[in-house]
Design a protein around this ligand. Structure first.
Ligand SMILES: Nc1ncnc2c1ncn2[C@@H]1O[C@H](COP(=O)(O)OP(=O)(O)OP(=O)(O)O)[C@@H](O)[C@H]1O
Length: 109
């Protein structure tokens, strides 16, 4: 049975996130999937497969690489799955780093 969500009972961060899901501009990012380089695409597919099969797959992904290799670009495309109603909490350790993530915030805020 599907439980109807009372938004007022959700933590503030989830409420903010659900409001972000409604922003049309976020949909654009997922449309840019075709721009991903092969290595980015491999990661994108692995993460999305895990999200789609969340009942059988619980994993943590650690994406690492030298500067300017497209990690942030990939994160923002992954964050585009908000347009499919998914909740994505985009956290960074500093305010400047958070600015580069769609809907990003500092982890301790
Ligand atoms: N698949 C792609 N297609 C087009 N441009 C890309 C692609 N991947 C990355 N870029 C561009 O390459 C540049 C560097 O990418 P990005 O900032 O994502 O790297 P990064 O690994 O997060 O860097 P840093 O570790 O320094 O933060 C950016 O200008 C980004 O727009």
């Amino acid at each position: 049975m599907t439980r109807i969500r009372n938004l007022d009972e959700e933590p503030r961060v989830i409420q903010d996130e659900l409001e972000l899901c409604l922003d049309v501009w976020l949909e654009d990012e997922l449309h840019n999937v075709y721009l991903l380089y092969a290595e980015q695409m491999g990661i994108f597919e692995a993460v999305m497969e895990c999200i789609d099969n969340h009942k059988v797959c619980t994993r943590v992904f650690f994406i690492d690489g030298p500067g300017d290799t497209g990690k942030t670009f990939l994160y923002n495309i992954l964050l585009g799955n908000r347009s499919m109603g998914k909740i994505n909490l985009a956290m960074a350790s500093s305010g400047i780093a958070a600015l580069f993530l769609d809907g990003g915030r500092i982890v301790h805020s």
